[in-house]
Design a protein around this ligand. Structure first.
Ligand code: ATP
Length: 237
């Protein structure tokens, strides 16, 4: 069952000029799809558009009903005057989650990510990795059916990365779909079921690692090598 279907004929930042053209893909239940591409390829524009943050687009987007998808941004934003616990409390009331349910979930997540000691401090003063963990807790506590995650690994230490990968795995096992936008290709290669490769605002390749290897005529090659080959091919055009 498809949780996200996207077909962007064009999208950009004003009516005049489109940044991405003819991009379509789906994310199904239990599936992790990697959205990859070089700097400026159009990944963030695609994500902003599918989240409804960008009014300049033509196409169709279908997301799960309200509140059942969560976006984890690359650059977290916090209220300076609020503690981590106050952020969590606010999030729970906005999402209308039962108090006992969210408190149990949050307790486990705070323990998992080692943030119990700082619940009464403002996340605005946390390190990059701690802020990333806080954003993950806000997203996971709502138990969405789809995650849209932008560069979750930057800033996380190896143990937190491992814990996050295990968490994603558990979430996928309960049928959650994940759209993962990342430049960390060696990790993406291990965890994603399929990839969408964007370059120059267009979809250049799509499929499993094996499909992409076939497309590049590089059997057995790493995702990074395939990415490099496809990017070089694009530059030659
Ligand atoms: N707010 C904006 N206004 C106008 N143009 C923008 C804006 N944001 C991005 N662009 C342009 O859109 C194009 C695609 O940028 P986008 O941020 O989607 O790329 P990306 O694939 O996410 O890159 P990166 O890997 O560097 O994050 C670039 O040419 C960029 O200059």
């Amino acid at each position: 069952m498809e949780l996200l279907t996207l077909h962007l004929e064009k999208a950009g930042y004003d009516d005049e000029m489109s940044v991405v053209q003819n991009i379509d893909f789906t994310v199904s239940k239990g599936e992790m799809v990697g959205l990859i591409g070089p700097n400026g390829a159009g990944k963030s524009t695609t994500i902003k558009t599918l989240l409804g943050l960008n009014p300049f687009f033509e196409g169709q987007i279908s997301l799960p009903p309200d509140k059942s998808y969560a976006y984890i941004p690359e650059k977290p934003v916090f209220y300076y005057d609020m503690t981590l616990w106050e952020h969590i409390d606010l999030m729970a009331s906005l999402l209308e989650i039962d108090e006992k349910v969210w408190k149990d979930r949050v307790e486990d997540l705070l323990k998992l990510f080692d943030l119990e000691k700082v619940i009464h401090e403002s996340p605005a003063t946390f390190s990059k990795g701690m802020q990333q963990k806080a954003m993950l807790i806000f997203a996971i506590m709502s138990k969405p059916s789809l995650y849209i995650v932008d560069e979750p690994f930057i800033g996380l230490d190896p143990i937190a990365t491992k814990k996050l990968l295990q968490l994603f795995h558990q979430e996928q096992a309960r049928g959650v779909g994940i759209l993962l936008c990342t430049h960390v290709l060696d990790t993406a290669e291990k965890i994603c079921d399929r990839f969408i490769l964007l370059a120059d605002g267009r979809k250049k390749a799509e499929g499993t690692l094996q499909d992409i290897q076939t497309n590049c005529q590089l059997p057995g090659a790493s995702l990074l090598d395939c990415f490099y080959t496809l990017s070089a091919r694009e530059q030659e055009k």
